[in-house]
Structure formats: structure tokens, C-alpha cells
Design a protein around this ligand. Structure first.
Ligand code: GLA
Length: 734
């Protein structure tokens, strides 16, 4: 039995996932498409009354004199523009007359098994056995424009995805000035808005706010998803916590500009919209051309934030990440960035590799500074030739030597950029994004390549690919260290300049698709000045993303909490680094740095040849912990037990195996406290009937005891202390 049904007599669509339902209705002779319900699973489909069409002001066929009252209050499934609904529209245009109005009305639909891909865009996927798709074609007869709404309901996760395709059938071109990927009208009730904000070195901090009348939003106009705001918004009921309360989550599978907005109107209804930010967006559609708006993931949980988190983790692990590494142990790497910055050569790297090998590390990653004459960040981006003064004898020789030592080799690139001081810029100054007559704004002394141009993409691709073809390279860190300004392309015609930002993002996707197609076994890690492009779009290409340039274990608690709210731990790039920490100057115990990095991909970012002996001696034990727990951490269910960002005192989270046979709890005490006893924590997610052994103490408890009564974590002496608590199932006969 499918997940999607159309009830013809009632003109109602019903989409079901394991615990949720989503209902859409066609209304009136004019065939307005209305939103009926989204939330916990329900049985009935004829709940059209929820759309209030039986109440004043009634539908236009019964009361056309108050048409605007209808349009401005009706729960629209995909609201048009400029014809009576004053709330935020989902789509607007500039047509041949210079007018902006659009009114998409129902024309036809189809329902089928599986899920189509989105051309040129990342998207979740599922087989015909895993999901079902509904396409609803809306039409604006005056513009001769169709708007096709795509909905996919998954059978195994409580997710409905949406995306939109707009096709112009008219002879004259039409310009799209806004195409959101989702719109949802709900009754307001008592929701708060949950978003993630940040900055360089403090990405994805959790924020709640009350929803007031009018519009409140987060967004990015920086050309990437950004450090500052995240392409995500949730509505969270007043009583919601980790395991209770109602939560609607909306996550955008896109890596460029976005707007996520909640609007509360005069009737206390909410309209949520999410999609490409309309600022600086204008897309020309000639006759028969189609624009595809990226996908939005929607999930509803009536069991708190925790269920939303676990749903998204499952969705991304099963239906978004494609890398062969997604279910595989990642090599424990050591990256030389914080160890040497630009000051390295073959000898230094080999010394690090030898020492790393002794401690069990499995891969050396050579970061920024190996090409052109780049000895600082002022030069050479675009000149991707190995600097043989530093890498004597060439790259292949270095890679072979590292391989002989017994380590894999990885390398850093920043392919989207161009330094003013580069051969590339001297040859092709017009390849940089810039405005005519204006000196382009520099950031980190670099410009951004115009990836809307095919020859630029081909050049950037060949630079990366030819290096990868030249040596045995197992891993690439793909960086992007500045945001876009001066939005001008040297080749796009006047009427297409407004396409640059989206074409840039499509260019990045094309490059990464080519890379993983030619090098299917490559482990790709995306990065953007730390975590400025940590989004579901990039996750489609790389199974892991560098989470933040802030590697301090305590700062990471908040950053990783916000990141893990949405993303599986297997995607979160996390390393143990040196102290005093290079970003905040904090000194934390080596164990705590290791314990915090375990909730991610795990690796090192320090000079292992200079490490204090007592720290060095701890690496083999940490690597062993990684080997012991990687499968659990990568595939288990994540539970947030306590949050340092909320309690200012300690952090605690847990990963439980899918079969509930084991669990790993991480406890971090941030500041030591005087005169206290141990701290009680209750352990969620276990099988209440099973028995579990606490590895450190040998004590055995029932799952229900651990869940309801909990465990005492002994008081700790000192700041920044931490403990790992491993529970494993004790078979019945013992
Ligand atoms: C960015 C990355 C760092 C490092 C530097 C190199 O900031 O986030 O990890 O690679 O670039 O310039």
C-alpha cells in the first residue's frame, strides 16, 4: 500500500509517513490548492472543514465580493503573488508587461513509486520500495506558466520532501524573481521559532524566539549557506524538550543564499516559507524552459526535538549521503594546518607522518600552502602546481614516501578561488566575479571564480583532477574561504546577471559531481572557513564536512550540539588539537579533547613531533577508542541528555545502537564546582527490559532503571573534565 492517496470525490490528497500525515485539498470551482493539515498521523481524509471554507468569508464562487478576504486568509499550499493574498508569496515574476502577479491554480496531478532526482541539484533519494511521490501541476493561464509541486513521502522516516519546478509555456520570456521551495500555512498555537546562528569559529548555536505578528526570518545573502545563519527553521511548541512536545522542522538541501521565514498574520495563522533568497535573484525563463527550485526536507515530531534529530540523522544517512564511506570506518587522520600553518616542507611532513604512524594514526592530510608560491594567504589560489621548493622531488614522491611509512595521503584545495597575485589572475582577470568599473572587494586577499562559466569550471576541475591523477591520494579537503560580493559576471548577458548566485552554486555541485564520479573511492571532506557551508546540499557530495575552525573542546560542545541537532555525527569533522587552543587560548585536558572529537569523524590537528610526552602517550588509546566505537557512533541513535549551552555547566549526550545492545554516553563537566556530590543522569533510548553492564564499574542494571532512576556520574576534580560511559547488553543467562 502506498503512502500517498488522492480521494477524488473530496478532492483531497493524503500523504502518510510512519507517524505523520499531510493533507492538501482542492477548493472551489477555481481550484485553489489549500493546505489542510500537517502533523501526527490521522485516519480521516475528509477533514476539508479545517480549511474553514464553510465559514465567512467563504470561497469566491459563493462570495466574490469579498474575494480578497478569502485569498488573504485561506491556507494556501503554494501562495501566488499580488492578487489578494498579502502574506508572503511563494513565487513572483516580472512578466512581459513588467507585472509581478502569479496565481497558480490546480490543473492535474500524478502519484508514483520512488523519487525523481533534481537536475543539477543535490536531493534525497529513495527507491520504489522506499518512498512515493506526488506531483501536482498548478497553472497560471494568464502567464501560461506551470508550477509543479513535488512531494515525496518516505516509508521508513517521518519525512516529506518538497521541491518545485516552474515552466514557461508562453512565447515571451518571463523572469522569476522569487521561487520558494516550500510554503506551509498552519494555525499559530503556541510555537516558538528555533534557528541556528553563528559566526566564524562559533557556528550553529541554538536560538529560540517568540513568534510575533509580522515576519521573522533567518537567511543568507553571502553566496553560501553561511557561518551566520543556517538554512533551517523549526516551530517548537511551548512545552517541547528533547523527548516531548511538537516540533516542525524545515531544512533546505541547498548551499547558497536562502530565506527561512515565519509570518504570523491577523488571524493568528503562521506561514512558513523556505527557499532561495529573493534578494539578487532573477531567473530568465524562455519558452519551454524550466527552473527547478531545490529541495526542502520537512519533518514533524510529536515526541520532541530528539525525534526530529534522529529522523534527520536517519534520512541523511540512508537517503542523502552517497559516498562509499558512509557506512565505512574513516581513516584516523592528522592534518598539518594547526601544526605548521604555511611553514612546512617534505621533511616536516614526513617527520609528522613517522611519528603519527607510531601512535596509530592512519592518514596524513597536507593542508593549505603546497602550491604556487603560497607561504601565506595572500597568493597563488588558482595556480595549483606543486611548489617543489617545499615539496622537494614533487608530490608523487611525497605521497609514495607517506604511503611507505604506512599512512594514506590527503590534500587540501580551494578550487573556487583566485588570488590577485596568481598566474591565473594575470592571464584571466575576467574569471573573477566582479562588477564593471568597481574594484572588487577582497576577503582574505582573494576573489571568487565565476563558476557560472564553463571554461572556468573546466579549468578548476582539471586543476584538482590532474593532481589526483598524479599520485595515490585518498582524501580531499575542499575548502571555500570567502563569501561572494560584487555580483557581476563577465559573460552573462544583462538579463541573466540575476542568475549568477544560483549558477555559482550549480557550478560547485557540478564540479563535485564530476570529482566523485571520476574518483569514486575518494574520501571528500567539504569545508568553508570552518563550517560556513555545512548544509545538506554539500552532504550529498561529501560524507563529512569540517565543522568549525574552532577546535577547542569546550567551544566545540555548543558548535557540535547545534550541528548534531540536524546532522549525523558521522558527518561532523572533529579533530584533537594542541593547547593553548589556537582560537581561544584555552587549555583543556588531552582526554577531553579526544572525547569531544569522538562525536565526529575523529582525527588530529597538531604537531605530533612536538607534543608533550604525556599527551603523545594518550594518542594510541584514543585511536583505539575510535576503532572500538566508530560503528556505534556512525550508525547509532543520538540522544541529547544535557546541554552546556542551556545549563552553563555541563554537557551530556549519548549514542545508542539501533538494536539497543550498547550505548556510549559522553559527559563533560565544563567548570569544576566546590562542595558538590555526584550528578545523576537518566539514560534514554535503551531497551527497558534488557540488562546493561556499565563498563567502567562492572555494575549491571536494567534498562528501565537506567532510564528512570539513572546513574550517578562521580564528581570531578578540575575544569574541563570528561568521562565516557559505555553500556553493553548483558545476555539473559548471565
Ligand atoms: C580554512 C579551513 C582551515 C584551513 C585553512 C587553510 O580556514 O577551515 O581548516 O584549511 O582554511 O587556509
Amino acid at each position: 500500500m502506498g503512502a500517498i492517496h488522492y480521494y477524488e470525490k473530496e478532492r483531497v490528497f493524503k500523504l502518510d509517513t510512519p507517524h505523520t500525515s499531510y493533507l492538501i485539498g482542492i477548493v472551489d470551482e477555481e481550484k485553489f490548492l489549500g493546505h489542510i493539515y500537517y502533523g501526527a498521523k490521522i485516519t480521516d481524509y475528509d477533514v476539508r472543514a479545517l480549511m474553514r471554507t464553510g465559514e465567512a468569508p467563504f470561497v469566491p464562487s459563493q462570495n466574490n465580493r469579498d474575494r480578497s478576504s478569502f485569498l488573504d486568509a485561506f491556507p494556501m499550499e503554494y501562495p501566488g503573488h499580488g492578487v489578494g493574498d498579502y502574506r508572503e508569496s511563494a513565487i513572483s515574476v516580472s512578466d512581459k508587461n513588467g507585472n509581478t502577479a502569479v496565481q497558480p491554480l490546480y490543473r492535474e496531478h500524478k502519484i508514483y513509486a520512488g523519487k525523481p532526482g533534481l537536475p543539477g541539484l543535490p536531493a534525497t533519494f529513495g527507491s520504489e520500495e522506499e518512498c512515493e511521490t506526488l506531483e501536482i501541476v498548478l497553472a497560471d493561464e494568464v502567464l501560461d506558466l506551470t508550477v509543479t509541486l513535488y512531494y515525496t513521502a518516505f516509508y521508513d522516516v517521518d519525512v516529506i520532501t518538497r521541491s518545485v519546478r516552474v515552466t514557461n509555456h508562453a512565447k515571451e520570456p518571463v523572469y522569476l524573481t522569487k521561487v520558494f521551495s516550500t510554503a506551509l500555512d498552519l494555525d499559530a498555537e503556541d510555537y516558538r521559532m528555533l534557528t541556528l546562528h553563528g559566526s566564524w569559529a562559533r557556528e550553529r548555536q541554538i536560538e529560540y524566539r517568540q513568534i510575533g505578528y509580522g515576519k521573522q526570518s533567518v537567511g543568507s545573502c553571502r553566496g553560501e549557506s553561511s557561518h551566520q545563519e543556517h538554512p533551517f527553521v523549526a516551530l517548537v511548541s511551548a512545552n517541547a524538550g528533547q523527548e516531548q512536545g511538537r516540533v516542525y522542522g524545515f531544512h533546505f538541501v541547498y548551499s547558497g543564499n536562502f530565506l527561512a521565514q515565519v509570518e504570523k498574520n491577523q488571524f493568528d495563522s503562521l506561514r512558513v516559507v523556505l527557499g532561495i533568497h529573493p534578494q539578487d535573484f532573477k531567473w530568465e525563463l524562455k519558452q519551454d524552459e524550466t527552473f527547478t527550485a531545490p529541495e526542502v526536507v520537512m519533518t514533524y515530531s510529536d515526541a520532541g526535538l530528539g525525534r526530529m534529530t534522529r529522523t534527520l540523522h536517519d534520512l541523511y544517512r540512508k537517503h542523502l549521503i552517497r559516498s562509499p564511506y558512509k557506512d565505512r570506518e574513516r581513516p584516523v587522520l592528522i592534518n598539518n594546518w594547526e601544526a605548521t600553518y604555511f611553514d612546512f616542507d617534505t621533511e616536516k611532513l614526513l617527520a609528522i607522518a613517522r611519528e603519527a604512524k607510531k601512535s596509530g594514526i592512519e592518514m596524513l592530510v597536507m593542508d593549505d600552502g603546497w602550491f604556487g608560491h603560497r607561504n601565506d594567504d595572500n597568493t597563488s589560489l588558482g595556480d595549483w602546481q606543486v611548489n617543489e621548493q617545499k615539496i622537494t622531488g614533487g608530490l608523487k614522491r611525497l605521497v609514495d614516501q607517506v604511503n611507505e611509512i604506512g599512512l594514506k595521503f590527503g590534500i587540501w584545495f580551494e578550487p573556487e578561488m583566485i588570488s590577485p597575485d596568481s598566474e591565473l589572475y594575470r592571464t584571466h582577470p575576467d574569471w573573477a566575479i566582479a562588477l564593471p568599473g568597481r574594484m572588487p572587494c577582497r576577503s582574505r586577499n582573494q576573489y571568487v571564480l565565476d563558476l557560472s562559466r564553463k571554461e572556468v569550471r573546466d579549468y578548476a576541475y582539471e586543476c584538482v583532477a590532474s593532481i589526483l591523477r598524479s599520485a595515490n591520494i585518498a582524501y580531499v579537503k575542499w575548502d571555500m574561504n570567502r563569501q561572494l560580493t560584487d555580483l557581476g559576471s563577465g559573460v552573462l548577458p544583462v538579463e541573466k546577471q540575476g542568475e549568477l548566485l544560483h549558477r555559482y552554486v550549480l557550478g560547485v555541485y557540478e564540479l563535485q559531481e564530476r570529482l566523485i564520479t571520476e574518483f569514486p573511492q575518494l574520501l571528500l571532506e567539504n569545508c568553508s572557513g570552518g563550517g560556513a557551508r555545512f548544509d545538506p546540499g554539500m552532504l550529498y557530495y561529501s560524507p563529512q564536512i569540517w565543522c568549525s575552525d574552532d577546535t577547542d573542546a569546550i567551544e566545540r560542545l555548543k558548535i557540535q550540539e547545534g550541528t548534531a541537532l540536524l546532522y549525523p555525527l558521522s558527518a561532523i569533522g572533529a579533530h584533537v588539537s594542541d593547547c593553548p587552543n589556537h582560537t581561544v587560548g584555552r587549555v583543556t585536558p588531552f582526554e577531553t579533547r579526544g572525547n569531544v572529537a569522538l562525536a565526529g569523524t575523529f582525527g588530529y590537528e597538531l604537531d605530533v613531533t612536538k607534543l608533550p610526552e604525556e599527551d603523545w602517550a594518550k594518542i594510541p588509546g584514543q585511536v583505539a577508542l575510535y576503532h572500538k566505537y566508530h560503528a556505534l557512533i556512525r550508525s547509532g541513535d543520538y540522544y541529547r541528555i544535557a546541554s552546556y549551552s542551556q545549563n552553563d555547566s555541563f554537557d551530556c549526550y549519548e549514542v545508542v545502537a539501533k538494536d539497543q545492545s550498547e550505548a556510549l554516553i559522553t559527559f563533560v563537566q565544563v567548570l569544576g564546582r566546590p562542595n558538590v556530590h555526584s550528578r545523576r543522569i537518566r539514560i534514554p533510548g535503551l531497551d527497558e527490559k534488557k540488562k546493561y553492564r556499565v563498563e567502567t564499574t562492572g555494575e549491571v542494571y536494567c534498562g528501565d532503571t537506567l532510564l528512570h532512576a539513572g546513574l550517578n556520574v562521580p564528581a570531578m576534580w578540575g575544569d574541563f573534565q570528561s568521562a565516557l560511559i559505555h553500556l553493553s547488553e548483558v545476555p539473559d543467562e548471565q
